[in-house]
Write a protein that binds this ligand. Sequence first.
Ligand code: FE2
Length: 215
Amino acid sequence: MSVTEADQVVAHVNSHAVFAPIIDEYQVPDMDRLNRDLVAEIRQWQQEDGGMTRSNVSGWHSSGNIFKRTDPAIEKACKHFIEACKPTLERYFTKEQLNNARLDLEGWANINPPHGYNQMHTHDTFDLSGVYFVKIPQTSSEASGALQFLNPSYRYGPYSKLFHAMNPPKFTFRPKEGTLLVFPATMPHWVLPNDEDEDRITLAFNLRMKELSGG
Ligand SMILES: [Fe+2]
């Protein structure tokens, strides 16, 4: 039997996307009403709480845990956050395994006023992190208030164009009100300065999975 030319062409049979951090994006229902109520509750919270310093520069980072708050809108948002983590968790574990796991959750509110930003940081002692965009000032700027993630595979150095094409240094997400992002807690990230005259308000959280039976 003769070998045809088609037989001699190398066949692409699969692409393995390995070691690829996944950022899951969700849309929260009834966001107009929820966000209006969240803004009121978070601003009230700010009146009573001097906040704390983490990655925030010129911004307010609440102290305390949103998952322990009883404010109705914050409680509702927290339920959405837990719900939204399920598809991510179910990518790696069965429902039965998850039923036997305990989820440790902590969360906080952020208000970035004009010029406020967040320095690069990770949430290394947790597994997943999330951010929900409550109030995002309208802007024509690509940069104002943008959330950026550092590619863990990126390296400085005299690398080729191909290396940089395969390993872009960062991923930029333009925040949208009502959107929730869930991402690996170890991914370094930061928030660019708010160039607008209004506050940029978010809720953020961390999740750690413990006591997985059979794990
Ligand atoms: Fe963060």
